[in-house]
Write a protein that binds this ligand. Sequence first.
Ligand SMILES: [Zn+2]
Length: 301
Amino acid sequence: MKKEELKKIIIIVVCVAVLVTIIMLIKSCDSTRSDLKKIGYSKDEINTIMEKLSEEDITKILNMDYNKNLVSIINEQYYIPYNLDRYLAYANKNENIKDVISVVNVGADNEWYTNTKETNIDEGIKMLVNKFHYLKEDYLPDDIVPISNWYAYEGHSTKKEVYDKYVSMWNAANKEGLRLLVNSSYRTFEDQQNEYDMSNDDYASRPGFSEHQTGLALDIVTDDIIGNEFENTDEFKWLQENAHLYGFILRYPKDKEYITGYNYESWHYRYVGKELATKVKESGLTYDEYYAYYCEYKKAC
Ligand SMILES: [Zn+2]
């Protein structure tokens, strides 16, 4: 056989193989579509399922009854593929699909303080500490410096970077006739243990689970006004508009208790750096949600 002929034969064989593969793919796709239809999914729902779910997830769906929540779940902006089973389970208990996504993403479909993980401290100022992420007893942040009494009540300290940014923020607020004051800051594991022993889960974090152990959290109030009343001050209003410019976010916003695990705290600010603080503020998400989606899933925060 001549070289040329052999070449032709090889080309024909390859073409036939490619064609057969394509036909088989189309056929299997068609049979998946018709199987989904048999379960009860509409044409639009099938299009979404085929477009957005992996082959593995589609196989799973084919072994289940029709689920009216499925397509709403996978169409949500903050849908994370590896949470699919938990979304479907939690949607049986909660009709608001947006909430289902938020709750499952942050792990709050579990009881608080269960299924806990150690905080990844290598993430530095981005690290997440909440009721599912804890710091070890011996975790001591470096660069802890005292806060001058000019800016705080007596005896407070925080990380140097946080202090510097807080002072810049303090000065900017002060130029507008406002006076910020720190009334809680860095706490060691032992400090938190003592606080928790004198209180309970409704009012104090368990030791290891408090953001104050990071040295990145400050409770900011003003002269004589602490607690829930702080929300009504001009200082609070100013922080709402400007805190992110100095790298701070309001960590436990109103009506997000079921996501953060904490009652609304108008005074608790967390330093994450200006860039991230701005992104979190613009997203309208709690830091727990932002972290779950952008830092943990997208690996882009
Ligand atoms: Zn606090």
